[in-house]
Design a protein around this ligand. Structure first.
Ligand code: ATP
Ligand code: MG
Length: 396
């Protein structure tokens, strides 16, 4: 099973440029999470920090309980073997054909025979739709094929943690859906902890169990998919609908005057772009029939049930609906019975106070208030297992 990745108070700068600060989140073991955010918000920097290629100046990164910012270089070397990483640019060796590129980690990190290696490489090339292209050099294939070759290479060691940086970039919409399905199927097969960085709205809506979003040097939110997919947070809504209306601009943050001007244009009939009218939750992709049951589904159900009272109301309703309608075949058998006997009334009696959420300092009306004090929220005992509530505030 995949291992837990837990990040606490992480801050990364390059010189005077602060990329993000005080990022706290937990990737639950064996679940699929996605990290969203406009271009340049530091998503790739975050992935590289998780495997120790970049070094944040503050905070902790626990991989299966070991803080990789404190451990020895030998320990870090061992921990890196738990990872399979697809870098944003594919990072293939230009002078090696696809076969040798994909075989590389096996030759480097294992003592497997060439015939065993061949079996694994061909299996991963088939999984990523590259059979027949194994003799080609990276320069001779399309950008999308390079991306898929990078994914094949990330998978050969059967990693416990898979980080994929924009697996969809350079892929057409149909191939993107295939890649999404592949990631879900891999999760079902090997129960790895997966973190996907993507700009793709469909992928973000349908693939991950958990979603986070970086914006203005903060982790705006991180939590079960239902939290972001039902969020009223302007930046989250804008991102998930891909419209021009909202705080995200072409190159930098918009000011209020600019936002008002754009809203007036839309009110006057100008199309804001993006995917109209997609509100709320769409069903999550399931593993292809014939693959093992995704064990993460059952573990996650149990987990979200425990943190449900900490979540915003809309997310609770959506989670409740998904608990009521989950396909029994996708359930973790151990929880199936509890699940059927779940009593909606029982939940409401657990003392959930919807007002209590907003009292934690989250005021989505106050989004544009310069005076928003980030400390006021985070000082209130954020529950690391639970939902990373909004920590927005304008970047300093
Ligand atoms: N090694 C580095 N040295 C200095 N600055 C860097 C380095 N790597 C990244 N940056 C800066 O960090 C910021 C975040 O970069 P990053 O590549 O993580 O963004 P991103 O969110 O992945 O964007 P995109 O969606 O376009 O891939 C950028 O301003 C970038 O210039
Ligand atoms: Mg990037």
């Amino acid at each position: 099973m995949g291992v837990e990745v837990s990040v606490e108070g992480l801050t990364k700068s390059f010189g005077v440029q602060k990329i993000w600060q005080d990022v706290t989140l937990t990737l639950p073991k064996g679940e699929v999470s996605a990290l969203l955010g406009p271009s340049g918000t530091g998503k790739s920097v975050f992935l590289k920090s998780l495997i120790g290629l970049l070094r944040p100046e503050q905070g902790k990164i626990f991989i299966d309980g070991t803080d990789i910012l404190q451990c020895s270089s030998r320990e870090l070397y061992e921990i890196r073997k738990l990872f399979g990483v697809l870098f944003q640019d594919g990072a293939l060796f230009g002078s090696m054909n696809l076969y040798d590129n994909v075989a590389f980690p096996l030759r480097e990190h294992t003592k497997k025979s060439e015939s065993d290696i061949r079996k694994i490489v061909m299996e991963k090339l088939e999984l990523t739709g590259l059979l027949g292209a194994e003799d080609k050099l990276p320069g001779e294939i399309s950008g999308g094929m390079r991306k898929r070759a990078g994914l094949a290479r990330a998978l050969v060691l059967d990693p416990e943690i898979i980080l994929v940086d924009e697996p969809d970039s350079g892929l057409d919409p149909v191939r993107t859906t295939y890649i999404s399905q592949t990631l879900i199927d891999i999760n079902a097969e090997i129960d790895a902890t997966i973190l996907i960085v993507s700009h793709n709205i469909n992928l973000a809506r349908t693939v991950p169990d958990n979603i986070g979003m970086l914006f203005r040097r903060q982790l705006v939110m991180f939590g079960p998919r239902e939290v972001l997919l039902t969020s009223d947070e302007p930046v989250v809504k804008q991102f998930l609908n891909g419209t021009m209306i909202g705080p995200i601009g072409m190159s930098e943050e918009k000011d209020e005057a600019q936002m008002a001007q754009e809203q007036a244009m839309v009110d006057a009939g100008h199309h804001a772009g993006g995917v109209d009218d997609v509100e709320g939750i769409v069903p999550q992709m399931k593993a292809t029939p014939g693959t093992p049951v995704r064990e993460a589904v059952g573990r996650r159900q149990e987990r979200v049930r425990q943190i449900m009272h900490t979540l915003p109301h809309n997310a609770q309703v959506a989670i409740q609906e998904s608990l009521d309608t989950t396909d029994p075949g996708q359930r973790y058998p151990a929880y199936a019975d509890q699940q059927q006997g779940y009593d909606q009334q029982g939940y409401d009696q657990q003392g959930y106070d919807h007002q209590g959420y907003d009292h934690q300092g989250y005021d989505h009306q106050g989004y544009d208030q310069q005076s928003y004090d980030q400390q006021s929220y985070s000082g209130q005992g954020h529950d690391q297992q639970g939902y990373q509530a909004p920590t927005q505030g304008r970047g300093q």
